[in-house]
Structures are given as C-alpha cells and as structure tokens.
Design a protein around this ligand. Structure first.
Ligand SMILES: [Mg+2]
Length: 314
C-alpha cells in the first residue's frame, strides 16, 4: 500500500527535476557541458531571467499544482464539473504574471478557455507537445485505486489543451506510470504495461516505448537521440521513462540524466522525477533540493491532501 511519503516524493520529485532542467532548457548537451563542466548540470543553478533564482520551477510544476488543486476541489464530481474546475485553474495560471516558460499550444488553448470555449474542444488538435503529459502526475496519485477513472480523467485533462492522440496517449500513460510507481511495480513490468496501453491509443507512443526497451543499457545521450529531441510528447515521455528505468532506486541520478539532454530538459527531468519520487518516496530525494525547491511547502501540502482524499481511502 502506498505511503503518504510517496505522494510527497512524487510532487517534490517532479518540481526538483523541473528546477534542475529549467535553466538548461533549450541548451544542447555540448553547451550544458561547456557551461557547467564535463558532468553537466549537477545542482540548482540560476535560470538567467530577472527575479528567478536557484530552485525556481517552470510551467511543468505550476500546471501540475493547478491539476492537483482542481482534483482536490472537484475530483469526485462528474467530469464536466471537474474539468470546469481544472480549466479555471489553467486560465488563472495563464493570466498570472508568474507564468513561466509556457508552451505555444498551452497558451493557444488557454486563450480558447479564457474566451469560454468548452474544455472538450479547446485543445489544439495539431500539436503533440508534452504539455498535457507534464502536468498529469496528480491524476495518477489521486485515482490510484480506480484505474478506469484514472484513464478517463487523464484523457480529459489532456484534451483541454492537447487534442492530438499522441499527446493524449502520453498523458494517460504517464498517469498510469505514476500509479504503478506508487505500487512499486517492477520498472520492467511498468514498461510492458505501458506498451500495451499505448498500442491501443497511439502507434507513435507505442513505437517510442518499444525503443525504451531496445535502449536498455545505453548512455542517456545516445538513447535520447533515438527517441528524438524535438519536445514532442512521446519523445519526452520515452526519455523520462528511460531515465527512471535506468536507475530506479537512485532519484538523483534519474533527474540529472534527464536534465542533461539536448531536448526538453525540464520536462524530461520533471516527469522522470515524478516517477522516481513516487517509487522511492520523499526521503530518497536529497534534502537540500527538497528544502530549496520553489513552492516546497505548498507541493507537500497538495501531495498530502491528494493522499488523504484519494477516492477509496486508506
Ligand atoms: Mg517547463
């Protein structure tokens, strides 16, 4: 049975991964190594934007918190009410001066939502960015005991912004992965299950997850190049899953592998960090990072509430 500490580990683990990757998002691995030394980035560093310092998080964490708040408000209500609450959170984030590093698809979809477009048609059909998968971890935590509702809400939460089948499939797979990590299912079994889920949802995601299997034992940079590094949902999720499967018991190694990449460093490290944190629990996260990451207290509170109020109870 999962522990509260795994819930806090998941959300803090996600935020720490985000904070490690945010300063190097968009940098090539070569440039990361030139800037931070041969091992690449190894700790929180400044983002290089005014007012942002060590441990600052980006949209990945901000939107994850929005999803968590919506679940706590309306997670037991009918899907339209839950999605209304979630979309209110998305629009509040979109209109906030604190918005950080948002993706184009999410911005366009939030503009639709702000104009009153319903959640099931507000998403951008053409985009298969990772913006829906990056924020879905709370769905895996909250509906851990209800696999059907877990998939249903993961799909709806994705559709509001990312309506491409691959973007939706990556969100569903990521939520399932978080739930399985809570159960401490063997990482290889998690991958097998995700491949069979992906086979029913998206050929692109299925192909990407099969590559994760083929790349076992490879250096991260080599594996990332095989998955692709353009930031699309299946590439980012495959990269994150690879990092987790490579070092399942080592949170630090998992997130640093994700941050030191050519691709979407913050989203890869955030998704890998959520899985590793859910699997290993908060105590496995380095204490200085747990204390130093932005919004640590609020993330801990939200995770703890998700644990307490998860349908099915403990
Ligand atoms: Mg980001």
């Amino acid at each position: 049975m999962p522990r509260r500490e795994q819930y806090t580990g998941c959300l803090l683990g996600l935020a720490i991964g985000d904070a490690l990757g945010f300063p190097v998002e968009g940098m090539s691995l070569e440039r990361i190594r030139r800037t931070f030394g041969p091992a690449g980035v190894q700790d929180f560093v400044n983002v290089g934007q005014r007012g942002l310092s060590h441990g600052c998080v980006s949209d990945d964490t901000q939107m994850t918190m929005a999803v968590a708040r919506a679940l706590l408000e309306a997670g037991r209500k009918p899907i339209d009410e839950l999605m209304a609450a979630m979309c209110r959170e998305f629009v509040a984030w979109y209109q906030s001066p604190e918005i950080r590093g948002p993706g184009m698809t999410t911005l366009a979809a939030c503009a639709n939502l702000a104009r009153g477009v319903p959640w099931n048609v507000s998403g951008i059909r053409e985009s298969k960015g990772c913006g829906a998968a990056m924020r879905v971890a709370p769905v895996g935590l909250y509906y851990y005991r209800d696999p059907e509702q877990l998939r249903h809400v993961a799909e709806a939460s994705a559709l509001a912004t990312h309506a491409h089948p691959t973007g939706v499939a990556a969100a569903v797979a990521n939520a399932v992965a978080v739930a399985r990590a809570l159960e401490k299912a063997s990482p290889k079994r998690i991958l097998e299950e995700l491949i069979s889920i992906a086979a029913r949802l998206s050929g692109e995601l299925e192909a990407a997850l099969k590559k994760v299997k083929e790349c076992e034992g490879m250096e991260p940079s080599e594996a990332f190049a095989r998955f692709g590094e353009t930031g699309s949902a299946e590439e980012v999720f495959a990269s994150a899953l690879f990092c987790f499967l490579r070092t399942p018991a080592d949170y630090r190694a998992t997130v640093l592998a994700g941050a030191n990449s050519n691709g979407d460093s913050d989203s890869i490290a955030a998704q890998a960090g959520a899985l590793s944190g859910a699997y290993n629990g908060a105590a496995a996260l380095p204490e200085t990072w747990r204390r130093g990451v932005e919004n640590a207290a609020e993330l801990e509170r939200l995770a703890s509430e998700l644990f307490t109020h998860a349908p099915g109870g403990y």
